[in-house]
Ligand binder design. Structure first.
Ligand SMILES: C[S@@+](CC[C@H](N)C(=O)[O-])C[C@H]1O[C@@H](n2cnc3c(N)ncnc32)[C@H](O)[C@@H]1O
Length: 418
């Protein structure tokens, strides 16, 4: 552990990008040697040289010849391209929250042992570049695709002027459990953080979502659970001068996790999403022409949770200020969730909003939970909620190849989408 304030400041800057100190340390040491201890060069432009040097060093480390064993299942998660996740945005372009960093060029040719046996493929050992707790591998068993260039970041980063104000001072005593200690799930009475979910924690001691809460989240929304804005940012984004009437926003159930102002510890059972991805996931090239997708490398015989921080905003107020209409955009910076493909109606994932750092509901995490048993090597899918007939929908339509018998995109086949 160093006391050098310049080193500590450098760590602080790289930590903000989700890079652990232990990985930055050797890169920093190397740069100091190269620059003859000229700190100014390293500190310039918010440590740009250091960050670039770190990512370069990680690129060089891309392992070739990853071997995965059939006995372990493989799976992946992917999400939001820009189109898929623009849930709402202000008229002058959405305030963006970006996700994750990693330059994924540098794929190696190797052999991957899959359920079907040995196959020549391109593979990467860990697209998260050690920023996640578990490795997220990549496999192209078809061998003809290069990855889109994007930066893998494990946590959200606020882009430009997005109105996200995270501060402990904004969390009132009613919004946290200062008096708790250890694990809130073990205490006799539920703490203040369970108020959001009617005094009952939503997680089991095993870190799974309780059945009744999940079932309630999966239920078809009724008319009362929609909110209609007077002046809808969604519609204004489509047509600034003659916006149509708001089509409605689904008012959804939130999960509220304990956080830093709470007295409990990091291993409290009411802190699941914030601890990061813990499942073995793999990004793979889908054979149906959907591009890259995500699958799991292990069977989840129970309903399981893993966090992917996406974002959206919904009309929780009569008049939504433009700057509060946030969206998640993982086009350039994102995590593994950016690869999750769409499946109509019977997807095996559901997204649930999770309040962690702020009681302000404009900004929250979007976590994906499995809705049923997922087999090893099964693709993880999510219903993007696209209306394939609405060509003005903010999610850009594509020719749906989800394969579901209830595919809503079938009618699109043979017709040119945007
Ligand atoms: C969030 S990205 C998912 C990752 C994407 N497959 C990739 O290779 O980066 C969304 C894009 O994936 C493709 N996609 C997702 N689901 C699809 C589906 N059911 N059928 C065809 N293409 C799909 C579409 O091109 C869509 O715009």
């Amino acid at each position: 552990m160093t006391n050098n304030p310049r080193v500590l400041k450098a760590f602080k800057a790289t930590r903000a990008l989700g890079i652990p100190d232990r990985l930055v340390k050797p890169v920093l040491k190397n740069l100091l040697a190269v620059y003859n201890k000229n700190w100014e060069l390293i500190e310039e432009d918010n440590y740009r040289t250091l960050v670039d040097a770190y990512f370069e060093s990680q690129d060089n480390k891309v392992h070739q010849g990853v071997t995965l064993f059939t006995s372990l299942a493989s799976s992946e998660v992917g999400t939001s391209g820009r189109d898929a996740l623009h849930v709402s945005g202000p008229s002058k372009g959405p305030c963006r929250i970006e996700h994750s960093q990693a330059d994924l060029n540098g794929m190696g040719s190797s052999c991957l042992i899959t359920r079907e046996g040995k196959k020549p493929i391109k593979s990467l050992d860990d697209i998260s570049k050690s920023t996640e707790k578990v490795k997220i591998s990549l496999a192209d068993e078809i061998g003809n695709e290069s990855l889109p260039k994007f930066n893998y970041i494990p946590d959200n980063i606020v882009y430009q002027h997005a109105n996200v104000n995270i501060s402990l001072a904004r969390i009132s005593d009613e919004d946290c459990c200062i008096g708790c200690s250890g694990d809130c799930l073990s205490s006799e009475f539920p703490c203040a953080c369970a108020q959001e979910t009617c005094g009952d924690f939503v997680y089991t001691k095993q870190g799974l979502l309780k059945e009744d809460f999940l079932t309630a989240c999966m239920r078809e929304p009724d008319k009362q659970s929609f909110f209609y804005c007077q002046d809808c940012p969604h519609e204004r984004l489509k047509n600034e001068y003659m916006p149509e009437k708001c089509k409605g926003h689904h008012i959804r159930k939130f999960i509220k996790e304990c956080w830093r102002k709470c007295g409990c510890n990091l291993w409290c059972g009411n802190r699941v999403v914030q601890r990061g991805i813990s499942c073995k996931l793999q990004v793979f090239l889908t054979p149906e022409g959907k591009g890259w997708g995500v699958r799991t490398l292990e069977q989840w015989s129970e309903r399981h949770t893993y966090p992917v921080t996406l974002d959206a905003d919904w009309g929780s107020e009569r008049v939504l200020r433009d700057e509060d209409a946030l969206c998640l955009d993982a086009t350039f910076h994102g995590n593994v969730a950016r690869f999750i493909n769409h499946r109509c109606c019977d997807a095996n994932l559901i997204d649930i909003p999770v309040q962690v750092e702020t009681p302000d509901r404009h900004y929250y995490h979007l976590a994906f939970f499995t809705t049923r048993t997922v087999s090893d090597f099964e693709e993880l899918t999510w219903d993007y909620g696209i209306d394939f007939d609405d060509l003005e929908h903010p999610i850009e339509a594509f020719q749906c190849n989800c394969g579901s018998v209830a595919c809503r995109g079938k009618r699109q086949k043979g017709r040119k989408v945007r």
